[in-house]
Design a protein around this ligand. Structure first.
Ligand SMILES: Cc1ncc(COP(=O)(O)O)c(C=O)c1O
Length: 461
């Protein structure tokens, strides 16, 4: 996860040899960035979009490609940071949305469409007995934390270190931990991510290390009396990509059930990606509450959370009070239509076999190409989601990922971008995705272009 560093934005380092092609092909993007920088902090709409020397500027997107303002056609593995699993501008989704726009943009009242959508979500994730809409992944994790507090009468929430659950103050804890803090403090120490977050919020958050069961069990058991909920990305994509090992999720389920703690799966990124029913289907574990966003809206702003009826009932007005939940744009008809059309396509038999096959061909192909060149990499992936770490060790936990070689990653990433392949969220501690729109040719070309970078990296250039 990227906290923009001043040196990156203001003191641009000299252009490295592997960046030259990118720079020579993106002159208009550079001019755009200089203009944007005057009115947009750091020249970008969301911090994570910035990368040095400057990000490219997109004009349009279609299928697996982005087209930038310099006329470059770019194979896209960032896919809107997750939502575009069908590729950009899928004809069936665009058609459905166009028809809906003609029926009115915004109702601010109940619609049959919303319940139809929830039925589709429940088909994918039967653990969701009741559901409420939101507009972003950030909202989708913020509300259920409050609901869990009301349900249990306890105040603290446990989250995994390195995990990302959005931009609210409770979620922005232990997202990135400065090296000194990391080594000096005990594991469950909660550190705010960036400035402006009240200190008292850290006191309400407890950190545990995803995929390290012994330490996780110890932290949760010790804090059980105060813990309302454990929130987890069931495949941790905050800080990279870490696939659960050794029945980690099953153990988390049993422990939280025994201790009376609400288990929240943040499936904002994994939902409808690692299976139609998300990680809970893929790993066979049933959470109490699930958060969804990204693919849920098929590229439009739609999110939500849902789960056990008795917990969700905390939202229902009753004597003695209830939990607040609302939002002007909740269940926006255009977003619901985009989401429904997307989920309908994804629900077809055989879809996820194909999605996984495309993902495996890229991730395994990259790993094999690097190894053939004698470059040490650890590729961590599940289906269409993964990351390539430059290291000779296994990367199973967020802490494992702290020592990997970022400079080699940057060499591979910028070399590839210069040749028209955008390998995902533009930071070494993030991840990239494949979509149903990527063809064998796209994948082969991406591996060939990567291979050129591996060759240079192996030569130490
Ligand atoms: C797992 C997870 N949760 C929550 C969020 C926040 O979602 P949004 O950016 O829609 O607020 C993200 C965004 O990347 C995410 O990956």
């Amino acid at each position: 996860m990227v906290l923009l560093r001043a040196s990156e934005v203001f003191n641009m380092p000299a252009i490295a040899s592997y960046e030259k092609e990118y720079v020579s092909r993106t002159r208009r993007s550079k001019a755009h960035f200089e203009r944007a920088n005057k009115v947009l902090p750091a020249g970008v709409e969301s911090n994570v979009r910035f990368f040095p020397p400057y990000p490219f500027c997109v004009k349009r997107a279609k299928g697996p490609y982005l087209y930038d303002i310099d006329g470059n056609k770019i194979i896209d593995y960032a896919l809107g940071y997750g939502p575009m699993i069908l590729g950009h501008d899928h004809p069936a989704v665009t058609r459905a949305v166009r028809a809906q726009v003609g029926n009115g943009m915004m109702f601010g009242a109940s619609s049959e469409l919303a319940v139809e959508y929830i039925d589709m979500v429940r088909k994918a994730m039967p653990s969701i007995e009741m559901f409420r809409f939101a507009n972003s992944g950030t909202e989708a994790t913020m509300h259920p934390m409050r609901v869990a507090r009301a349900f249990t009468g306890k105040e603290k929430i446990a989250k995994a270190e390195g995990a990302y659950h959005g931009g609210h103050d409770y979620a922005l804890q232990g997202v990135d931990i400065p090296g000194s803090e990391l080594r000096a403090k005990t594991r469950q120490h909660s550190v705010p991510f960036g400035k402006g977050i009240p200190k008292c919020i850290s006191d309400l958050m407890v950190m545990y290390p995803f995929n390290d069961w012994g330490a996780t069990e110890e932290v949760i058991t010790r804090n059980a009396d105060e813990l309302a909920a454990v929130i987890v990305e069931p495949v941790q994509a905050g800080g990279g990509c870490f696939v659960p090992r050794d029945d980690y999720l099953g153990r988390l389920r049993r422990l939280t059930a025994d201790l009376g703690i609400v288990l929240i799966f943040d499936e904002v990124l994994t939902g409808f990606r690692v299976a139609f029913g998300g990680a809970q289907e893929r790993y066979g574990v049933k959470p109490d509450i699930t958060c969804i966003a990204k693919i849920a809206g098929g590229g439009y702003q739609l999110a939500g959370f849902g789960g056990r009826r008795d917990i969700m009932q905390e939202i229902v007005p009753k004597s003695g009070g209830n939990v607040y939940h609302g939002g002007t744009y909740n269940a926006h008809p255009v977003s619901v239509t985009g989401g429904l059309a997307t989920l309908e396509i994804l629900s077809r038999p055989g879809t996820y076999r194909r999605i996984d096959m495309i993902g495996d061909s890229l991730f395994h192909g990259l790993r094999d190409a690097a190894k053939d060149r004698g470059v040490d990499v650890w590729v961590e992936s599940v289906g269409s989601l993964g990351q390539m770490y430059f290291t000779d060790k296994e990367v199973a936990t967020w802490r494992d990922s702290l020592d990997v070689d970022h400079e080699k990653w940057r060499h591979w990433f910028m070399h590839s971008l210069g040749r028209g392949v955008f390998f995902g969220v533009p930071h070494a501690d993030e991840h990239f995705f494949t979509s149903l729109a990527h063809s064998d040719t796209d994948i082969q070309r991406s591996i060939e272009i990567s291979d050129e970078a591996f060759k240079e990296i192996a030569r130490g250039r």
